[in-house]
Structure formats: structure tokens, C-alpha cells
Design a protein around this ligand. Structure first.
Ligand code: NAD
Length: 353
């Protein structure tokens, strides 16, 4: 049966990197139909809305979504409801994409690109599972209010229900079962009641997954351990805000955020796939962006949502091959390698396929 993929190029380098990823997808000759739509700043410019109804409807009916990135200085001064990021958050919550998978893999060819010593990071392969549609980023009430004394006060609410914790926990335990069978749950249970509950629910779940070894770590220690000895982790599961921060730190262990894909899944495995990085306005339109994170996001999409694991393996092998050939975009460039543009990198992956 034909599968439908919705492509959302977005802003900044988004259209450039997505063009290369779609080129790679097209080379595989799979039974996939591709549609596209506006999101983020480009959607604000065209319709006034970062997530137009048409885009949301197309996203609802697609089997999977491939997103570039959203945002840029042009829209930074916009009111909250017409900020590009609102489009992204809206997609995640409307489609209930509660499970964010962010692998951080250090490709041996890029060991020198990490700012950490090669012995600390070589062979690194960890997976951060972040809850994506709850916690403090969505909790109500929220806002900025003026107190009786005239002083302004900003406030947000950190809230997780038991069922929200359980469903992300299950995704993480199941991911751990398919990998090294170790799961570290990160919380702040010495201070925050929300995460006391988080920890309790993880403990309850652990009884259903006896083959997975569950451990717990406070978020401040986790941040420290990630840069001290990151290879101690296999799968890490945590809430929305802690996951946001820790997954960026994990990304940088690998040297370039331009290499890292991500998946955001609903309970049925439908997902939105995107690179971990943003819209990189500083290099947009210059052919400098690394398209590999987006190309590797296509591989995740084929594996998790489109039931095409063999094609996913082929893409990942092709990426390894271009790295072996010494081809590098600026962000991962090192001595003795060949500097290539966004398009040349995409062409090289296609040729390797
Ligand atoms: P960024 O990830 O866009 O860029 C950080 C740095 O990494 C920049 O120097 C950039 O040039 C570089 N970089 C990023 N991706 C690269 C790639 N593929 N190849 C080579 N270099 C790359 O983060 P930022 O500068 O903090 O944010 C820029 C905009 O992106 C902001 O508007 C922000 O809100 C938005 N943003 C969007 C997303 C998303 O769409 N998922 C995520 C993060 C930030």
C-alpha cells in the first residue's frame, strides 16, 4: 500500500536540507507519495499562522512527517501565538507525539570533531527518550502577571499525570529491550514532587520489563555524568524540559549537531522526523548546511513509521560511506578531508546508495 509522507521544509536552512533528504528518499524507489506544506515562519508570512489548518490536516492524514527546522530572527519579535516555534509545538501536541527519540552516536570517522577527548567519546551510542507533550512546557496555569505591589511575576506549572509518565516509560523500556537493556530515568526527586511520582511509576513499570536494568539519576548529576563518562549510558528517559537540555548536551558530545536525527512518535508509531538542530539562520542560503541529520532522520522514519528497515539500513550505510570517502560539510570539516556543499553531500549519499 502506498505510504504518504508530508514534508515540512520550514525556515532558514530547512528547505536546503530537506531537498537533499527528499532526493535520497526518492532514490530508494519505494511506494511512497510525498506532499509538502508550510510551517513556522514561512507559514506566518504566507497565512499569519505558524500552523495553518491545511498543514495540520495534511499532517493528520500522513503516515509520517519529515520536518526541516523552524524559526529565525525575522520572527523573534512576534507575539507568542505567531512565533514559528508555536507551529512545531502545535504539531507535537495536536498529533500527540509524546515520545521523542534522540540518538547520540559518535561516528568513528568524526571522533576528532568532538570537543571531548576521543577516549571519552569513541564508540558512544546512547539514546535519549524525552517526553514531549507534557511537563512544564505545556502545564497550566502559565503566564506573566502583575502582583498587588506592582511587581511582575512569571509563572509556569510543572505537571505530569501517571498515565503520561507510564506511556513514555513504556516507550523507553521497549527501546532499551532492543538495545543494551539498561535504562536510566532522570529526575529531580529530591526537590520536585512531580518527579517523585515519575520515579515511582518507572519503578512500577520495571516489574513488567525484568530483562531491563533500571537505574535513577538526579538531573544535575546526569548533566555532569554526560560530559564526564557518557558511555555509561544506554537509554536515558526523562521529562520534557530536562530532556530538552540533556539531549542538546548529548548531541554536542558527538561533535556536530548537524549529524543527529530525531523521531517524535505517537502511541501507534506514527511520527515526525527532524534533525536535532535548528534553522541555522547564520548559514541559511549559502549551501553550507550539513544535510546528514535530515537524511538520517529519513532513515529513522523508514524504520519506525514506514516498516522499511532494510531501506533505513541502506541510508545509514551510505552515510558511513561518504564519511569514509572524507567528504565533509563545514561543521564537521577536519584536516585532510574534502569540503563539500549541502547539495554535493546529498549527491554523494545518492551516489553511495
Ligand atoms: P541552531 O541549531 O539553528 O544553530 C546553532 C549553530 O549550529 C549555528 O552556528 C548553526 O550554523 C549550526 N548548525 C545548525 N545546524 C547545522 C547544520 N545542519 N549544518 C551546519 N551547521 C549547523 O540553533 P540556534 O542558532 O539556537 O537557533 C536558530 C533558530 O532555530 C532559532 O530561531 C531557534 O528558535 C530555531 N530552532 C528550531 C528548532 C527546530 O525547528 N526544531 C530547534 C532549535 C532551534
Amino acid at each position: 500500500m502506498t505510504k504518504n509522507v508530508l514534508v515540512l521544509p520550514g525556515d532558514g536552512i530547512g528547505p536546503e536540507i530537506v531537498t537533499e533528504a527528499v532526493k535520497v528518499l526518492g532514490t530508494l524507489n519505494l511506494d511512497i507519495e510525498i506532499d509538502s506544506a508550510l510551517v513556522g515562519g514561512s507559514a506566518v508570512d504566507a497565512t499569519g499562522n505558524p500552523l495553518p489548518e491545511e498543514t495540520l490536516n495534511k499532517a493528520r492524514s500522513a503516515d509520517a512527517i519529515l520536518l526541516g527546522a523552524v524559526g529565525g530572527p525575522k520572527w523573534d519579535g512576534n507575539p507568542m501565538e505567531s512565533r514559528p516555534e508555536k507551529g512545531l509545538l502545535g504539531l507535537r501536541s495536536e498529533l500527540e507525539l509524546f515520545a521523542n527519540f534522540r540518538p547520540a552516536i559518535l561516528y568513528p570517522q568524526l571522533a576528532e570533531a568532538s570537543t571531548l577527548k576521543p577516549e571519552v567519546v569513541s564508540g558512544l551510542d546512547i539514546l535519549i527518550v524525552r517526553e514531549l507533550t507534557g511537563g512544564i512546557y505545556f502545564g497550566q496555569p502559565r503566564g506573566i502577571r502583575t502582583l498587588e505591589n506592582g511587581e511582575r511575576e512569571g509563572y509556569n506549572t510543572y505537571v505530569y499525570s501517571e498515565s503520561e509518565i507510564r506511556r513514555i516509560g513504556r516507550q523507553a523500556f521497549e527501546a532499551a529491550q532492543k538495545r543494551g537493556k539498561r535504562l536510566c530515568s532522570v529526575d529531580k526527586s529530591n526537590v520536585l514532587e512531580v518527579t517523585v511520582l515519575w520515579k515511582e511509576v518507572m519503578e512500577e513499570l520495571a516489574k513488567e520489563y525484568p530483562d531491563v536494568e533500571l537505574s535513577h539519576m538526579l538531573v544535575d548529576n546526569a548533566a555532569m555524568q554526560l560530559v564526564r563518562a557518557p558511555k555509561q549510558f544506554d537509554v536515558v528517559v526523562t521529562g520534557n524540559m530536562f530532556g530538552d537540555i540533556l539531549s542538546d548536551a548529548a548531541a554536542m558530545l558527538t561533535g556536530s549537531i548537524g549529524m543527529l536525527p530525531s523521531a517524535s512518535l505517537d502511541k501507534d508509531g506514527k511520527g515526525m522526523y527532524e534533525p536535532c538542530h535548528g534553522s541555522a539562520p547564520d548559514i541559511a542560503g549559502q549551501g553550507k548546511a550539513n544535510p546528514l541529520a535530515t537524511i538520517l532522520s529519513v532513515a529513522m522514519m523508514l524504520r519506525y513509521s514506514l516498516d522499511e528497515s532494510a531501506a533505513a539500513d541502506r541510508i545509514e550505510a551510505a552515510v558511513q560511506k561518504v564519511l569514509d570517502q572524507g567528504l565533509r560539510t563545514g561543521d564537521i570539516m577536519s584536516e585532510g578531508c574534502t569540503l563539500v556543499s549541502t547539495e554535493e553531500m546529498g549527491d554523494a549519499v545518492v551516489a553511495a546508495l
